[in-house]
Every structure is written in C-alpha cells, then in structure tokens.
Design a protein around this ligand. Structure first.
Ligand code: ADP
Ligand code: MG
Length: 351
C-alpha cells in the first residue's frame, strides 16, 4: 500500500483579482480517492497543480506524510499525473512511453522493461506495447497514460479531467477501471472533473468547489442527500423548488409536514423555498377533496426512461415539479390529469 496521507492547509492563489484558490483546506486519507467537482473555472486544476508542484501557491501549506512539501520541486514529489489530452510522446512506442519515467529515474533496463509490461497488463494493453500512440483510439491512449502514471507507483495519483475527451461509453468503462486500479495499487488520488455523475461513481469523498472555495467535502451519498447549500444541491442531481413555510425544522407544504435535513434544519421560521429530489415526490391519482390546493397539480409531461419515469407536474400554485416514479405507476398517467403530491421526508434543503 503506497498511498500517502495528504493535507492541504489553507491554500490561496490569486491571478490578478481572480481567487483561483480561496482558503482551500482538505485532508486525504491514505489510499483515498477525492474528487474535486465544480464548474469550469472554479479552481480544480489550480488545486491539482498546487498539490503536484506545477505551480506555487501564494500562501498555505501542503503536507505529505507529515512532511511540509509546499516548496518541494515537482520532480522530487512522488506523484504522477494524467491529463485530459493524454500528453504521450508521439515518437515513442507504447512501451517506451510507459518506461519513460523509470528511465528518468535511472532504473536498469531489464527491471524497467518488466515493470512497464506489468503496468500495460494492468490496463489491458500488454499486446499493444510496440505500437505508436497515434495508431490507438483515445480510450487506449488514455490507458497508456494511466499505465505511465501507475508504473511509478506514485504516493499520489493526480488526474485532471482524464475522461473528458472520450466518448460516453468509453468514459464509463475507463472510470470504473481507473477506480479499480487506484484501489488495487493503493495510491491516494485526486481526481478532477466537472461531471457530477463521474464524481458520484468513483469518489470516496467529493469536494464541491465554486469560485476557488470548497463548498462541501463529504461522501457521495451525503453530498446528494444532505447538500450543504443551494449551490451543492443544484450542481449535483435534480431538484424542484417548492414554496413552503418553515416551523421548527419542519417545512409545511400545504397540508404536509416535511422535515428538512442537515444544516438547513437550523433555519429560522418563516417563508422559504425547499429543494426536493424527484425521487422524493410521489403522485396520487385520487385527489381527495380535503387536500389543500398547494398539494394538488396537473400532469404536464410524462417521460419514460426505461427503469424509471419522470413526470412534470404543474402545481395549482404555479410551481413546476418533477417526480421520478416507477414506470408501472406512470402507465396510468396522462397529460392533463389531476394528481396530488406526497413528499417523502428526505433530500430536502431549505433555502
Ligand atoms: P478549473 O480547472 O476548475 O476549470 P482553473 O483552476 O483552471 O479552473 O482556474 C481557476 C481560475 O483561475 C479561473 O478563473 C482561471 O481563469 C484562472 N486561472 C487559472 N490559471 C491561470 C493563469 N495561468 N493565468 C491567469 N488566470 C488563471
Ligand atoms: Mg481545469
């Protein structure tokens, strides 16, 4: 198990007036994969470049296995990187590309040949060793880049949007493989992406960033179910905004009481908007006369998505709502139909 324990402490970096990193702090456990997730320009690459030493921060510290490496030369850090644009050497074979880092480290020929072979085997390219990279697909080239990184047995594996240039299907395959290899080798990993599904799929913990600031650092399920703020809630997953009244940690929506979760449960009483995940909304066909108008609406659109169905509902109040339900339940719905809604007490954030 080679993975390092990493601490980023209060990192700051400005480009002119832009705060690329704004008091960024984050601890990586040994062998953990942390995914930094956020929109373009939020500082993900800057954080990765700070960690790997490609860039100097204005202030803050980087501690690896208890040692302050903030000023250490990148070549001396036991870290390896994978980028979006493979960055392979076109005039070298696959084998030579993978061996390159070992050659720089002056490893004897026989040993480095063997290690490169092993790395190529790990990524399923053992039979492609003598090819040149331009003869390969994007997915294969990224596997070579991955082998070239893993062959170094890095304490830290840093991946900057490694899948963004690939087709959807290859992207899904390769993310699972990256995850498997990272766990197998035990490297601590920083994986940068703007793709929320990718982040949820591979992360031990996700750090959501905006404007150089870490918004929340938590396990994928917690990020989804207990988002720290509105930005996190809307950046990851879908949600509908529903007017409500908050009273002592409970949201009143018409005649329904819905507990609000996490930090927003401490919100003060009064009018608010609650965010509700589509799967927390249930639809009832029989609209009881006793139900409050705020709990009733009309089916606008029905979308079958195979294993689930999405229903757009316009509430009597005018609010648009998305419900994700079982396809068998959706079969009895038609546009224009009156329904009443039931909100399950989960995934609700008050803003
Ligand atoms: P991300 O990787 O999340 O898209 P970056 O870390 O690349 O974001 O950039 C964060 C912010 O810093 C952006 O506003 C970007 O324009 C700015 N920035 C990054 N690198 C430089 C640079 N070398 N010179 C000037 N501005 C930069
Ligand atoms: Mg970037």
């Amino acid at each position: 198990n080679v993975g390092a324990e990493v601490k980023l402490i209060d990192l700051n970096k400005k480009y002119g007036e832009t705060k690329a990193l704004d008091h960024l702090s984050c601890e990586f456990h040994r062998g953990e994969m942390i995914v930094l997730l956020g929109p373009s320009g939020c500082g993900k690459t800057t954080a990765l470049r700070a960690l790997t030493g490609l860039m100097q921060v204005d202030s803050g510290q980087i501690i690896v296995n208890g040692r302050d490496i903030t000023m250490m030369n990148p070549a001396k850090r036991n870290m390896a990187m994978v980028f979006q644009q493979y960055s392979l050497f076109p005039n070298m074979t696959v084998q030579e590309n993978v061996e390159f880092g070992l050659r720089v480290r002056k490893m004897p020929v026989e040993q480095r040949t063997r290690k490169a072979r092993e790395a190529l085997e790990m990524v399923g390219l053992a039979d492609q060793a003598s090819k040149y990279t331009h003869q390969m697909s994007g997915g294969q080239q990224q596997r070579v880049a991955l082998a070239r990184a893993l062959v170094l047995r890095p304490e830290v594996l840093a991946l900057d949007e490694p899948l963004s240039a690939l087709d959807a299907k290859v992207r899904v395959q390769l993310r699972e493989e990256i995850r498997r290899l990272q766990q197998q080798t035990g490297s601590t990993a920083l994986f940068v992406t703007h793709d929320q599904e990718e982040a949820l799929a591979v992360a031990d913990r996700i750090g959501v960033m905006k404007d150089g600031k870490l918004q929340q650092l938590a396990e994928p399920w917690r990020i989804y179910n207990e988002p720290a703020n509105e930005f996190v809630a809307t950046f990851i997953g879908e949600s509908s905004r529903i007017p409500a009244v908050i009273r002592d940690g409970v949201a009143l929506v018409g005649d329904q009481q819905v507990p609000v979760l996490g930090t927003s449960s401490k919100r003060s009483n009064g009018k608010a908007t609650i965010l509700v995940r589509p799967e927390a909304v249930q639809l009832q066909l029989a609209v009881e006369e006793t139900r409050n108008a705020e709990n009733c609406g009309t089916v606008k659109e029905i979308q079958f998505l195979g294993s689930t169905a999405k229903i757009q509902v316009e509430m009597v109040s005018g609010t648009a709502l998305t419900a994700q339900i079982n396809p068998s339940e959706a079969m009895v719905l038609v546009p224009g139909q009156r329904v009443s809604i039931q909100i399950e007490p989960k995934a609700v954030l008050a803003v």
